[in-house]
Design a protein around this ligand. Structure first.
Ligand code: PBG
Length: 330
């Protein structure tokens, strides 16, 4: 099937979970929260390792992921986003689109156990590439755009085929939303929405994540594909391009230092909007909290309230579990 010329508005109406998640209203609710998890491919089913730069966050085996999610679901968690750490990395990111890859297995586990849990997958290659870049690399260290697109499309299709409710491409290659949409449709997965990291800056705030996901580039940086932090109007170009290509929802990332961008995108685009409170934002609030320098719970809530005020509806935040456990959201 080719890329359809009509709007599939029903993708985001297909279940009570996603309707709750995209409804256009304000206060902090359990259904706003999307909790990220780092799943490790390992034979050691009791593997659980705290991420030193993100106290309270862990790399988890499949078995430990299930335990962790069980507690969170009992506390009211409705949605997760998964990141994988494969046993092997190579130059073509094979683990990203392997049928029995770590994210694919994690999706199957979670959807089997909790069919109503809304499972989103991060679609990127950096965790699976030996060099840690988000796309195919030339010997000279250039990340090639177009040759990366089929790999991203394969990855998204394999996630959706494993049962993912939604795919979220975070790689910042040009044209990837169209490529992923076409591949999903071709595979008959027409109802799987794409939430694209449309506006993603080359940010130092991702530092702790790269320890968590073991995805730091071994050479260079991501500035040749992620956005320049000095650019505001470019955010609208990126957002509108992804709308054109068929995205169903958009992410702005990081969130806290880019609230102006969130607001601009909210005013310019009518798709549901998600703010990603990234690892560095989490770590700074946590560190100050652990030192007793701030009221951590209050700051946590205020930081997220700011994102909603700026126009975000969904919030990807490492505080999701805590907010629910401490009954800080409705
Ligand atoms: C993968 C990806 C990254 C994050 C989400 N997806 C890292 C990066 O782009 O370097 C960052 C998330 C965070 O910092 O919490 N490309």
């Amino acid at each position: 099937m080719s890329h359809p010329l009509f709007h599939r508005g029903r993708r985001l109406r297909s279940s009570a979970q996603i309707r709750d998640m995209v409804r256009d209203t304000a206060p902090l609710l359990a259904e706003d929260l999307i909790m990220p998890y780092f799943v490790v491919e390992t034979d050691d089913q009791s593997f659980r390792k705290e991420i030193s730069a993100m106290p309270g966050q862990y790399q988890l085996s499949l078995g430990e992921l299930e335990k962790q999610v069980e507690k969170a679901v009992d506390n009211g968690l409705k949605s997760v986003i998964l990141f994988g750490i494969p046993a092997q990395k190579d130059e073509k990111a094979s683990g990203a689109y392997a049928e029995d890859g770590i994210v694919q297995e994690a999706v199957r586990r979670l959807k089997h156990r909790w069919p109503d849990l809304y499972v989103i997958t991060d679609v990127c290659l950096c965790e699976y590439m030996s060099h840690g870049h988000c796309g195919v690399l030339t010997p000279g260290g250039v990340v090639l755009n177009d040759p990366t697109l089929p790999l991203l499309a394969k990855t998204a299709v394999s996630h959706a085929a494993a049962g993912a409710d939604m795919v979220a491409p975070s790689d910042m290659m040009d044209g990837r939303v169209a490529a992923i949409r076409a591949a999903l449709d071709e595979a008959g997965l027409v109802m799987v929405p794409i939430m694209s990291y449309a506006v993603k800056y080359a940010s130092a705030f991702y530092g702790p994540f790269r320890e968590a996901a073991e995805s730091a580039p071994s050479c260079g940086d991501r500035k040749a594909y992620q956005m320049d932090p000095g650019n505001r109007r470019e955010a609208l170009i990126e957002a509108l391009a992804d709308v054109e290509e068929g995205a169903d929802a958009l992410i702005v990332k990081p969130a806290g230092p880019y609230l102006d961008i969130l607001r601009e995108v909210r005013d310019a685009v009518d798709l549901p909007l998600c703010a990603y409170q990234v690892s560095g934002e989490y770590s700074m609030i946590r560190a100050a909290g652990l030192n007793g320098w701030i009221n951590e719970e209050a700051v946590m809530l205020e930081s997220l309230l700011g994102m909603k005020r700026a126009g975000a509806r969904m919030l990807i935040t490492y505080f999701s579990e805590t907010l629910l456990e401490k009954r800080l959201v409705r």
